[in-house]
Structures are given as C-alpha cells and as structure tokens.
Design a protein around this ligand. Structure first.
Ligand code: URA
Length: 439
C-alpha cells in the first residue's frame, strides 16, 4: 500500500502540471473511498485539479475508477436499447418527467436515475414525490423489476452506486472546488456510465440559472463528457440549451408535475415541448428505433396523442407506490393555501426573466432546501406568465406565487420583484437550442 509520502508526490505532480499515470489515479480513488487519505490532502489534490485540469487520458482513468468504486449495474438481460438523459440542472426543468414515459412508449428502455434539488435548481425526485405515495427510493431489485416490466423507472441513486462521488462531492462543496470542468464531468459521467447504458443524451444548460454561465464553457464541459463516454464505449450526444429564464411556466414541485401532465396530454408551454421532443428524438435515434429526428419526433407525438405515454407514466407511478388517480384528478396533488400576483410595474417588452432569482425564490418559498436535512413544501411554486420577448402592459401579471407561509412569501418577494426587467423597445427571445456536441 502507498504511504502518505507518495500521495504528496501526486499532489505536487498535479500542482506542477505533470500528467499522472492511470495507476496513480486509480489508487487515489480507491484509497480515498477506503478512508485512507485524509480530507486535507484530498482537498489539496482537488484544488490542484481545479487549477491544472486533467488530460483526456487522466480523466478517462479517473472517471472509470470512480464508477468502479461501488456497484456497476448490469442490464444486459433487458433486450431493449437502454438510453438515458441527464440535465446539468436548471430552473423549471421538469423535462425528465414527461420525457421518460414518451421515450419508453416508443420502445427504448430508460433507466432514469435522478437527483434532488441542488441549490436553486429543482430535483426530479422532489417533484415526483408530490404525487401521493410515490416512492423514489427503490432497492436494486425493485429498480430492475420496474425497468424490466415497464421499460422505464424514475428513482434515486442507490447508496452503493459510485460512493467515491458522494465523498468527493461533499469535499468539493466544502473546499471551493465544485466549478472545475474535469471534476463536474467525471462526477456526472461516473454515475451515468454505472447505469450500463448503450447511449446517453446530455442537456447541458447555459445561462444565469445554470452551472455554466456562458456557451463557451458549456461547450467545453459537453465536449469533455462526450469524450469520456467515447473512451468508455458509450455513445454520448450533448445538446446545449438556454437557461437564462425558467423552462416552461411552472417552478416548484407539484406545479411542475401538473405542467408535465399538460405535456403528456399534448399541451404545455411551447419551449418545454420543443426541448422535450428534441431530447426524446435524440434518444430514439441513438437507441436505433428511429432513422432520423423528424421520424423520431413523429413517433413521440403519436405516443402522446394516443395516450400511451400518459398510460405508461400511470403504470410506473403505480408500480412505485404512487396514486395514478392524481394524474387525471389534479385535486389529489398538493395545492398551496394562498396566491400572490407579481405585476409588471410598467409597460414594455420583457428583457430579462431571471432563472436564478426565480429559482432562489422558489427555494425560499419552501419548494427547495436551504440545508440538506430540510423538509420541502411540495405545494408551493411560481407560475411564470411573461417570458423574454413578451409584450406586457402596466399591472399585467408576470407571475403567480402559490405560497403557504407569509414569512416565506416575504423572503421570496424581493427576488421576484427584481427578476423581471422591462425594456421600452421590442426584445428578441433567446435561442432555446444553442448547439449540439457529439463525436
Ligand atoms: N452534478 C453532478 O452530479 N456533479 C457535479 O459535479 C455537478 C453537477
């Protein structure tokens, strides 16, 4: 076994910009996961990575070592193509919820492992748990059982999948080393590659409400993740999409389930429809069940129009303990006691509808966690009624806020009152789909 002296050498090598051999990287991951490297040394190493980066060879070995730090799933007995979608996180991003049943209804298996809200971004599991009875914690046998029977599953990551990431992420959070492209890319890709996927579609968000604030850094992150996938033998395509303003209208938990249901019955906001159908089409093409994006979108449309996608969602909700009746009778979903209207202070065109402010406001209403152990209020939320480029008159509703507590509303209002900027001249809505990255 290596002693601390050799780890110091690894820290120094990374600090000085030298490339580390794969064996050294594997040893760092396995020793850190086994509690054999103290946090102060690992933090120094992570900081050296943040400044010096990693070569492709280093990153591939590091990611592979992370994904092998715990269980690696094996779905080789499921005869369908297995394709997942992962978003780097945003505000109002409920795409996974309608997308998984739409894609599964077209014959692609979707073993979707999702997360909880992180900072101002919402989490798919928190949203799903607004459905009475829904269980997002499944043991590995249940996860496999739901996937095998229904061709999809929507659940959290098990404790034994990529334990190295849990420990490294906690240390990054406490040592200022979260915003490093190799560390973000390896964190995301180690978890996705442990799912035994054939292909992966990444939705890399760009803008005020995203990790990556500009398209150039988002493109570098996307290219990095695509190359990690390629080195592992998994096809990855990334779509860069705008996150300067919330996606769709609903921001919260139960309200986002309602909007997801709108999509599954053929409605919903146009931006949410466009991104969901585009990402779904990419999944069908990568899964080999449609020859091109147009044909794939038509198949997804048919799955929605025929009711098969909604029926699939209902079956999976029931299989995971939820009340499928809540999908058609929305009075069974949680609803907040009060409503507050945010009105336009002047007439003009919406120039800014800030995703970050609106995301933080939703957390302050109780829809997200300020501390990891906090409970969340599934009923509260924000419905955005004016987006960038829209014309508004003085006093027109910009958003409706569903709230339960006065104190929470008061904490959220300053952010909501500054989230919109109104210009005197017409404003062009931003491009929703910015770019795609694949090998
Ligand atoms: N999501 C992750 O899973 N890891 C990161 O480092 C950032 C976003």
């Amino acid at each position: 076994m290596e002693n601390h002296f050799s780890f110091i050498e690894h820290i120094e090598a990374k600090r000085d910009g030298r490339e580390l051999p794969a064996e050294a990287l594997r040893s760092i991951i396995s020793r850190f996961t086994a509690d054999e490297i103290p946090a102060y040394q690992m933090s120094a190493f992570l900081m050296a990575v943040l400044w010096r980066g990693m070569t492709d060879a280093e990153l591939s070995a590091w990611t592979e070592a992370m994904l092998r730090s715990g269980d690696v799933l094996d779905f080789s007995d499921i005869p369908l193509p297995k394709v997942d979608k992962h978003s780097t996180g945003g505000v109002g991003d409920k795409v996974s919820i309608p997308l998984a049943p739409m894609v599964a209804a077209c014959g692609v298996a979707v073993p979707m492992m999702s997360g909880r809200g992180l900072g101002h971004t919402g989490g798919t599991l928190d949203k799903l748990e607004s459905i009475p009875g829904f269980r997002s914690r499944l043991d590995p046998d249940e996860f496999r059982g739901v996937l095998t029977e229904h061709g999809m599953v929507l659940a959290g990551q098990s404790e034994t999948l990529v334990p190295a990431d849990k420990r490294i992420y906690a240390l990054r959070d406490a040592s200022g080393t979260v915003p490093s492209i190799p560390l973000i890319a390896s964190s995301i890709m180690s978890k996705k590659l442990a799912e035994d996927l054939d292909s992966l579609v990444l939705d890399v968000k760009v803008g005020s409400g995203a990790f990556m604030k500009d398209a150039d850094s988002a493109r570098v992150l996307a290219e990095t993740m695509v190359r990690i996938g390629d080195a592992h033998g998994t096809r990855v395509k990334a779509v860069l999409t705008n996150m300067d303003q919330p996606l769709g209208a609903a921001v919260g938990n139960a309200v986002e389930i309602e909007e997801s249901l709108d999509l599954l019955v053929g409605g919903g906001p146009e931006d949410l429809q466009r991104i969901t159908f585009r990402l779904g089409a990419e999944m069908l093409v990568m899964g080999g069940v449609a020859p091109g994006l147009d044909e794939a979108e038509a198949r997804l449309r048919e799955a929605v129009d025929s009711g098969r996608a909604l029926e699939k969602f209902g079956d999976v909700v029931a299989a995971q303990g939820g009340d499928p009746g809540a999908l058609t009778d929305r009075s069974l979903l949680p609803h907040a006691a009060h409503e507050h209207v945010v009105a336009a202070p002047e007439a003009g065109w919406v120039a800014v509808c800030d995703a970050l402010d609106i995301g933080v406001a939703s957390v302050r209403l109780g829809g997200g966690r300020q501390k990891q152990e906090d409970d969340i209020d599934h009923a509260v939320g924000i419905s955005v009624e004016a987006k960038v480029g829209d014309r508004v008159e003085t006093g027109q509703t910009l958003a409706r806020v569903a709230y339960n507590g006065r104190a929470e509303l008061q904490a959220a209002l300053p952010l909501l009152e500054r989230a919109w900027e109104i210009a005197a001249e017409p404003v062009q809505a931003p491009a929703l789909i910015i770019d795609t990255v694949a090998l």
